[in-house]
Unconditional design. Structure first.
Length: 395
């Protein structure tokens, strides 16, 4: 067992000879690269080592949650080395590699299963999310116009960035599919005087967003529905979907994009803001099991192919990869800053689970194959639209 781990460590070192790290075993044995390790992986039991070898990142995550392994110093550096050698591809036998596919089928986002999948992650209580999000309660990639932007400012920047791309105008109708706690649609109503509908399957988000709308006196302009996108039948001038495509599932990508087309008025604009990948890759069984059941990260090809079939004209594609890495780093900082409050809400296993989720996801954007795409489309050709991005970036 130790030999396998040492071989993996050698591969990590070969992938980045300048990296300084150490792996310490339960019996006092260790392998070290560099005199001053930036990260130390301590395998506390023989069993946790077996679990990692047998189950890859799923076993690693479970061992960390259970306290059978510890990571000292810099979590992100460890994940960077893991991405450098494609850890799961190296470790997992074929039967393990097909397990994520089986799990995604079992948790497929049907009309019946989708609310359960969403509730599993998003209905853990507003108090918890408020401890690591910003005041806008925005749970998606921010946009850092300046290096020193606060997280709250960067989230407002993101809403403005999207509003400009959509060319929002007073009295237009805006649909937000997967509206979260209502941040985007509230921003658009206050800044651009639109009317809007937001939909979510999270009861927590539904109740919070409607309370916020009432507090701001926007109930005559906005409404939030606890409803599946497949059940809508209205028409809208503009449509936005931020961080929802990831929950649609591979099977329902065509359904989702076709539904957006049906809901958008001819000549209207829609913007899809989603995590994506450049090419297909192994699905992460730990995240599917413990964080986002039923999730699927689509490739850019899968998205734009279906957009073309639905009759959309693709106007603009932007990759905000490093913006999401920075967003997650700030969430992780807030999380650690409120760690005792979070322990009281849950337990140590949950704290370790969420720490691993935030840091591994950040590393995925910074060092792995995770991307954040904003894709702007029009329903039909429109020769009156701006021919440059000047309107998006002007002061």
């Amino acid at each position: 067992m130790k030999k396998v781990i040492k071989n993996i460590a050698q591969m990590m070192h070969q992938a980045d000879p300048r990296a300084c790290f150490a792996i310490e075993f339960w019996d006092g044995d260790a392998i070290r690269f560099g005199n001053f390790p930036e990260v130390i992986l301590r395998l506390k039991t023989k069993n946790c080592t077996k679990k990692i070898i047998r189950k890859g990142f799923l076993g690693f995550g479970e061992a960390y949650m259970e306290g059978d392994l510890e990571i000292e110093k810099d979590l992100l550096k460890l994940f960077r080395l893991g991405f450098a050698i494609n850890f799961d591809e190296y470790c997992l036998p074929f039967w393990q590699k097909v397990q994520p596919f089986i799990l995604s089928v079992l948790n497929s986002s049907t009309l019946r299963q989708a609310p359960k999948n969403i509730s599993f992650h998003y209905d853990r209580g507003d108090e918890f999310y408020a401890l690591y999000l910003d005041k806008t309660m925005t749970y998606s990639c921010a946009y850092f116009s300046k290096p020193d932007d606060s997280l709250e400012q960067a989230q407002l920047n993101k809403y403005e960035h999207i509003s400009r791309k959509l060319l929002l105008k007073p009295n237009e109708s805006l649909l937000d599919i997967g509206c979260g706690w209502g941040g985007m649609i509230i921003y658009a109503a206050r800044k651009y005087d639109i009317t809007g509908v937001g939909i979510t399957l999270s009861k927590n988000q539904f109740e919070y967003a409607n309370r916020k709308i009432e507090e701001l006196g926007l109930q005559n302009k906005l409404k939030i529905l606890c409803q599946d996108y497949r059940q809508l039948d209205d028409k809208f001038d503009k449509i936005v979907s931020i961080g929802m495509m990831e929950h649609v599932g591979k099977k329902f990508i065509p359904t989702f994009i076709q539904k957006v087309s049906e809901l958008l008025k001819t000549g209207g604009l829609a913007l899809l803001h989603t995590i994506g990948k450049d090419t297909p890759s192994t699905r992460d069984l730990w995240t599917l099991s413990y964080i986002f059941p039923g999730a699927y990260i689509p490739t850019l090809h899968e998205i734009v192919q279906e957009m073309g079939k639905a009759g959309f004209s693709i106007l603009d594609v932007e990759n905000l990869r490093l913006h999401y890495a920075k967003t997650l780093e700030k969430w992780a900082e807030n999380f650690e800053g409120n760690i005792e409050k979070i322990r009281k809400l849950f337990d140590e296993t949950f704290v370790r689970q969420w720490r691993l989720f935030l840091n591994s996801t950040s590393a995925g954007f910074k060092y792995g194959d995770s991307r954040l795409f904003q894709i702007l489309v029009s329903k039909g050709l429109d020769n009156t639209l701006p021919v440059t991005r000047a309107h998006v970036y002007q002061e």
